[in-house]
Design a protein around this ligand. Structure first.
Ligand code: TEU
Length: 538
């Protein structure tokens, strides 16, 4: 990929390697499995794969705890498999984006093993240490996965700081030697032929625990500009930072058109709307629909011409969108298509999470079958705090990260064609009807609808370039918006409900061409349950 902004018309696909395709019978997906499925992805029409971490890792947090940034975890294969994947992807016009976990490493990384031996070790300062006594933490900061953010190391008589699990010590970006080490590693991956990077919790690298600052630290954008100049800007890469703390002004910095930082960021403003204000994701609340539309509109307009949006509804940390905002029962197919229409009509780079193109749903498992460290920590904590067990389980069913991590459903055979062994996390029992083989055989499937949406983005420049106007702003069921360039316009119409809504097309659209719809016939005076359509006029 040689054009500077190639990613503006690209569509990405996220693979969670552990759950994609196993070829060895280990019950865990692997790189050869991804290679085997490249033709499927080629058929879908995507341009680039974001690969969740495949580097060497003790897998305390499914690879987001890296112990060697230049090695592939043996569970997934080796460097030759990785080089083969890059090659085979290139042949099909599909680039590979690696997941860079730069905020923290594994506690089994060589740097950390050295760092904790003595305060004088050169690697000591690669991590964030504070003095204290075994019974007095430096302060009361808490880790994302529960418990204090500080862990005592008797050998050095200090605490180290960890924003996630204790096995994920935070890296100290204040240290120039650490930064140089990271840049060299990234340059090395660029030499291997990767075409982009996703940067895990990138807004948290400039932490200042003494001031209780985790994200958006004062030096964040300084660090990012240096990182970008030393690495990404030496190639033609796509880069996306994960930034839970991003607002629109910050996103403009991250995605500045001069390329001084990143291509774009994942922001989560819409994704935190269906929880109780001021509480965490486990405190369920209905989606405030009108707020959600207004939030998308603000981001669309706020970055138009001066930044770039990423577009996503699912990832490996989020529940399945069709279960979350759609209807995973009667209207599963229609609502999955509607959600895709709503998102793919917007400006930005869409990311599809594996199985989203099949309308895969959430799962309900007995507690002991869940694998995610976050789920188990939350369960123990809330039980101790006196929450009724049913309420805790309801939260897990709705928001647990394992909803997205059940194996990819390839066919109706045993274990959905994912593995011949025992899957590391159970397959969703609905694989007998929801699977890729069935979707490919059905011209009305969610899969073929996604393919068409991807193709439209490539065919009509208005999808990539158009500005955004929200219509029916206060309507409690309809999400309607217009995208315009000086030459063409599209109208995206979505009935976000399982009931009929009476609504007529604005006059100028009655003769417009229908580009796509999840119902066989054109919009009349009534929008049917979960009806979605895109109209075009030149
Ligand atoms: O996620 C960042 C993050 O903040 C999430 O842990 C989020 O708070 C959580 O999912 C909400 O439930 C990234 C990765 O995407 C995630 O998989 C990792 O666990 C985390 O970083 C640590 O590396």
């Amino acid at each position: 990929k040689t054009k500077k902004d190639w990613w503006k018309s690209a569509v990405a696909y996220q693979i969670y390697p552990k759950s994609f395709q196993d070829t060895t019978g280990s019950g865990v997906g692997d790189l050869q499995g991804i290679i085997k499925r490249l033709d499927y992805l080629k058929t879908l029409g995507i341009d680039v794969i974001w690969l969740s971490p495949v580097c060497a890792s003790p897998q305390v947090d499914n690879g987001y705890d890296i112990s060697d940034y230049r090695a592939i975890d043996p569970m997934f294969g080796d460097l030759d498999d990785m080089r083969q994947l890059i090659q085979e992807g290139k042949k099909r016009g599909i680039g590979i984006m690696m997941d860079l976990v730069l905020n923290h490493s594994s506690d089994q990384h060589r740097w950390f093993l050295e760092a904790k031996t003595s305060r004088d070790n050169p690697y000591h300062d690669y991590y964030v240490w504070r003095d204290g006594t075994p019974d007095a933490f430096p302060n009361d900061m808490q880790a994302t996965f529960g418990g204090p953010a500080w862990e005592w190391v008797p050998e050095v008589g200090q605490y180290y700081f960890h924003q996630f699990a204790p096995q994920q010590p935070d890296l100290n970006w204040e240290n120039p030697a650490l930064r140089r080490e990271i840049y060299d590693m990234i340059l090395w991956w660029m030499e291997q032929g990767v075409e982009g990077f996703r940067l895990d919790v990138i807004d948290q690298i400039a932490k200042e625990p003494d001031n209780k600052i985790t994200n958006n630290g004062p030096r964040l954008h300084e660090f990012l500009r240096e990182l970008s100049a030393e690495t990404f800007q030496k190639g033609c890469l796509v880069t996306v930072g994960e930034a839970w703390g991003a607002d629109i002004p910050r996103a403009k910095l991250y995605s500045a058109p001069d390329g001084s930082e990143l291509s774009m960021v994942f922001q989560f403003e819409q994704m935190v709307l269906d929880q109780q204000p001021g509480k965490d994701k486990w405190d369920l609340a209905p989606l405030p629909f009108v707020k959600m539309k207004q939030s998308y509109a603000r981001w669309q307009q706020g970055l138009h011409g001066c930044g770039w949006n990423s577009l996503f509804l699912d990832n490996h940390d989020l529940p399945r969108i069709v279960s979350r905002w759609g209807d995973d029962g009667e209207y599963r197919v229609q609502s999955a298509k509607l959600l895709a229409t709503m998102l793919h009509g917007m400006q930005g780079t869409p990311y599809i999470y594996q199985g989203e193109e099949l309308g895969m749903t959430n799962v309900r498992l007995p507690l002991e079958q869940y694998q995610d460290v976050e789920i188990h920590n939350m369960y123990k904590k809330r039980l101790a705090e006196g929450y009724p067990e049913e309420e805790i389980l309801r939260s897990i069913y709705a928001k647990g990260r394992d909803n997205a991590r059940t194996p990819m459903q390839w066919n109706g055979q045993e274990n959905a064609g994912f593995t011949t062994g025992t899957p590391w996390l159970p397959v969703n029992p609905n694989y007998t009807s929801i699977n890729a083989e069935a979707a490919l055989a059905d011209p009305d499937s969610v899969f073929w609808y996604y393919k068409k949406l991807i193709a439209l983005r490539k065919e009509y420049p208005v999808f990539v370039e158009g500005d955004f106007t929200l219509l029916e702003e206060e309507h409690p069921q309809l999400f309607v918006y217009r995208r315009s360039t000086k030459n063409e316009q599209i109208l995206v119409v979505c009935n976000f409900s399982g009931t009929d809504v009476s609504w007529s097309l604005p006059g100028e659209w009655t003769t417009a061409e229908m580009l796509i719809s999840n119902y066989p016939s054109q919009v009349q005076k009534t929008l049917r349950p979960w009806e979605a359509t895109i109209l075009h006029r030149a």
